[in-house]
Design a protein around this ligand. Structure first.
Ligand code: UD1
Length: 393
């Protein structure tokens, strides 16, 4: 059994333990740590990395590019089944909480690290702060939906990104005074990094046989897939890849593969479906490469939560290969279309993009790059006037 040693923090107890674990967490924590550790009124923080994602492309590149400080504590859990991964994070996080006596534990998003660390803290009567609270797909088959619902139930302060989140939380019995609409920290990172993003031409120039991607008027489509609901069921995954091949006849497709997806392609023997000079399979891209690629794309096809938001802000049409979204503002106000796995609907969006430019939208309220500053102000206020359960409004 691995022993976790935790150095006692230099100053008195009461830091806020900020937790990250998986790729989508890194973009969210970067502006929070930057804001919390800056003047005026810095908030004492310690950064905990659970190690849920560990590959260089899934992890290290993000810390470097987003200038996230080295974690103070690393739990190194790695991959496992949901139960084992969640349990192992809890087992390794508990001694950290005991040693640190934090004034609160801050978690972001909806990954297994989020619920695991929230649960450890709540059981020790340590307040939990959830950033990106209240999002609901209403699809309990998604592991992330379970993580969202449960994390919100045991959180003290809930910071939301869009108006629907408050409604969802109120319906689930959360006290209105605990909910704070602050905007979207993911978009803080996007705005902070847009100027430094790597030009798409540079990323595309690395593709062997890159002609279709650099020449021609059609531009290119970015594809990402990693949800178990899309890639784990062989027939469905094959159906999606067949659709991608049809799309690629109209517009070349750039496909950075998540490790889960890469593994599924190999296990199911689907490599030949991706062998085309109009489909470029890449390693997972680092943030600045992905941002440059997405912001210059003509179209994005994805099952990611974050990309639905990012495309809305950079004004690129997005087709979401899911039957629902926990981010409805990206559909109602943004550039997102929910298509499920329906081939006709996906091709209709592709045609609309190629013929008419596709769906345009507007940037949702408070997605302005300043969400982390709002969280910091609320938190400083709360730390000063803290009551056992309910935050000051
Ligand atoms: C997790 C999150 C999901 C998020 C996604 C983004 C949960 C429940 N899911 O899903 O919400 O959208 O991250 O990436 O927390 N793997 C590697 N190297 C890595 C990480 C993963 O090879 O650095 C492989 C492993 O084989 C692993 C598989 O990918 O079994 C899945 O990783 P895991 O963290 O379990 O979930 P994701 O599918 O990445």
């Amino acid at each position: 059994m691995k022993t976790i040693t935790v150095e006692k923090p230099d100053s008195s107890p009461g830091a806020i333990l900020c937790v990250v674990g998986a790729r989508p967490n890194f973009m969210k924590i970067a502006p929070i740590i930057r804001a919390f550790r800056s003047d005026p009124d810095p908030i004492h923080t310690r950064l905990v990395h659970t190690g849920q994602h560990y590959d260089a492309e899934m992890n290290d590149a993000f810390f470097t590019q987003l200038q996230i400080p080295q974690p103070d504590i690393e739990l190194e859990v790695g991959s496992a089944s949901h139960a084992v991964q969640t349990a192992e994070i809890m087992r390794r996080f508990e001694p950290v909480v005991d040693a640190e006596s934090p004034s609160a534990v801050l978690v972001v998003g909806d990954v297994n690290s989020t619920i695991a660390c929230a649960l450890v803290a709540a059981k020790k009567n340590i307040p939990v702060i959830h950033v990106e609270a209240g999002l609901r797909s209403f699809d309990r088959a998604m592991p992330e939906e379970i993580n969202r619902v449960l994390t919100d139930q045991i959180s003290t302060l809930l910071f939301t990104t869009e108006p629907a989140a408050r409604e969802n939380l109120l319906r689930e019995g959360v006290d209105d005074r605990q909910i704070h609409f602050v905007g979207n920290v993911m978009i803080d990172t996007l705005k902070h990094c847009l100027e430094q993003s790597v030009p798409a031409a540079k990323t595309l120039a690395g593709i062997p046989g890159r002609k279709p991607f650099l020449d021609g008027d059609s531009g290119y489509c970015v594809l990402t897939l990693h949800r178990p609901s899309n890639v784990d069921e062989p027939r469905l995954f094959r159906h999606i890849l067949e659709t991608v091949r049809i799309v690629s006849e109209s517009i070349p497709v750039v496909f950075p593969l998540h490790p889960r997806t890469r593994n599924r392609v190999a296990e199911l023997g689907l490599q030949e479906m991706l062998e085309s000079d109009r489909i470029a399979c890449l390693q997972p891209l680092a943030y600045l490469e992905m941002l440059g690629l997405v912001s210059a794309a003509r179209l994005v096809i994805t099952d990611s939560g974050g990309l639905q938001e990012e495309t809305t802000v950079v004004g690129v049409p997005c087709v979401t290969l899911r039957n629902n979204t926990e981010r409805p503002v990206t559909v109602v106000q943004g550039t997102n279309t929910i298509a499920g796995q329906d081939r006709a609907q996906i091709l209709a969006v592709v045609n609309d993009v190629l013929n008419n430019g596709g769906k345009s939208g507007r940037v949702p309220e408070l997605w302005d790059g300043k969400a982390a500053g709002r969280i910091k102000r609320k938190l400083n206020d709360w730390l000063q006037h803290q009551t056992p359960l309910v935050a000051t409004g």
